[in-house]
Design a protein around this ligand. Structure first.
Ligand SMILES: [Zn+2]
Length: 440
């Protein structure tokens, strides 16, 4: 039966289930059943009887793979137009020449709507059902992005960016504007169970004065908000932070002093050059890493030591980091993360490279932990899932894990045929660019 007709409470899907409970292996259930109730996984089993769902209507996806949906843990929504462009500079000149001029355009909400609709649709296409986004300093276009996620039924933590130094006037804000902006978003999107939530977002230390960093830490604590920013991406940047915050023991400590380093749930992008005291501080404070391998390669930042993070029990997720990164697919990020880890391995055989199951676990269960219970098919997890039709890739009867590996390496969005977020299917009509015209 068509699953849209079934009652909202309990749904049962049948497919080949693949997910990771632990980093070192896939859970695989051929022709398995998964029961979903109130948006959460109730259980998985190889028969309806084992699931306690005898007689339940079943949506049968046949010979398709059902896997947890993707989470993009670091992405700049307003840089979407710059995708695949301007990757000939390192971080600091790249910001000045390409990124800040584009972000300045988001003062215009009509421009923002055009760009953000394309961004949300393409996240959907790539099977990314949750993201941790940077917007710009502009409150109205940030609200608009949050509404687009809400309308789509896709999860997101969205940051109205805070910055007040070393940036063009058009992107510079006062402390009062920063505080009012944050409070407006908390009023509108303050539901802690909401799919779309604000996240405190000082751009990075060089673009925030001490007063701004202090305010960001206060806002995070006052409204119990998560925090995101950038950390130790590039050597020039790290040197600059040392000059700007001379009393700090490390770049990470410059956030920590202002309550922006794990006092509330915190995710830091890159951490390419994190080591020593900064690494220990991340471990102690439970700060999570958004590993963005394509961005790190494109703007010559370096190779983040993911194996070292895992050895220290530091949580890691993957980020596309558009537009330092050039592709939105988190499946591609898994491949790049594995390749980068192989470069580390070449230099030091004591650091084993990432396996496929580790990369998958990082992208799903580990990343998803930033949103709550997301990224696995274990009981109680929110049902965020993708149905993969790999028929055209599966021409020689591969094993299920081999089919998943081949999809990750050589498949693309055309092979993703259904997408679910928190138990609901996110249909294409929710992200159609036609909706833009309806609004006009
Ligand atoms: Zn970034």
């Amino acid at each position: 039966m068509a699953y849209s007709k079934m009652n909202d409470k309990m749904k049962v899907y049948k497919a080949h289930l693949l997910f990771t409970r632990e980093p070192n292996r896939f859970e695989v259930m051929e022709n398995g059943y998964i029961a979903v109730e109130d948006g959460r996984v109730k259980g998985v089993a190889s028969s309806l009887a084992q699931l306690g769902c005898e007689g339940c209507p079943v949506v049968d996806f046949g010979d398709r793979l059902l896997i947890p949906a993707m989470n993009d843990m670091h992405v700049h929504a307003p840089q979407y137009r710059n995708l695949g462009l301007a990757l000939d500079l390192e971080l600091l000149p790249w910001l000045d020449n390409y990124t800040f001029p584009e972000e300045s355009k988001f003062a215009d909400t009509r421009y923002a709507e055009r760009m953000y609709r394309r961004f949300v649709r393409d996240l959907w296409r790539q099977g990314t059902m949750r993201s941790v986004c940077f917007a710009t300093t502009h409150l109205e276009s940030t609200r608009l992005l949050m509404h687009l996620f809400q309308e789509a039924g896709m999860g997101a933590m969205v940051g109205k960016v805070n910055m007040n130094r070393n940036c063009p006037d058009a992107l510079c804000e006062t402390l009062e504007e920063a505080e009012r902006g944050c409070e407006a978003l908390v009023r509108e999107f303050g539901d802690r169970e909401g799919l779309v939530r604000p996240i405190v977002t000082p751009r990075f230390v060089p673009s925030c004065t001490s007063d701004m960093l202090r305010l960001c830490g206060d806002l995070a604590r006052r409204y119990a908000l998560p925090v995101q920013s950038h950390l130790s991406e590039n050597k020039g940047e790290i040197e600059w932070v040392r000059e700007l915050e001379p009393d700090s023991r490390s770049y990470g400590d410059a956030y920590n002093r202002y309550g922006l380093f794990g006092q509330m749930p915190t995710i830091m992008a890159h951490c390419v050059w994190t080591e020593g005291e900064e690494l220990a501080l991340m471990q102690r404070n439970g700060v999570m890493v958004a590993h963005c391998p394509t961005s790190n390669l494109n703007i010559s930042s370096g190779m983040a030591p993911v194996r070292t993070f895992l050895e220290h029990g530091i949580r890691v997720g993957l980020g596309s980091d558009i537009s330092g990164g050039h592709h939105l697919s988190i499946f591609r990020m898994m491949v790049y993360a594995i390749q980068v880890s192989k470069m580390h391995y070449q230099r030091n055989h004591a650091k084993p490279f990432l396996t496929l199951s580790e990369a998958f676990w990082i992208a799903t269960k580990s990343a998803g932990s930033f949103f709550g219970r997301v990224g696995s098919f274990e009981p109680g997890y929110e049902f965020d899932a993708l149905v993969i039709d790999d028929a055209e890739l599966n021409h020689d009867h591969y094993a299920l894990t081999e089919r998943l590996e081949r999809f990750i390496y050589i498949g693309d969005d055309r092979h993703i045929i259904h997408r679910f977020c928190r138990g609901r299917e996110v249909e294409e009509s929710k992200v159609s660019l036609e909706n833009e015209k309806k609004r006009e």
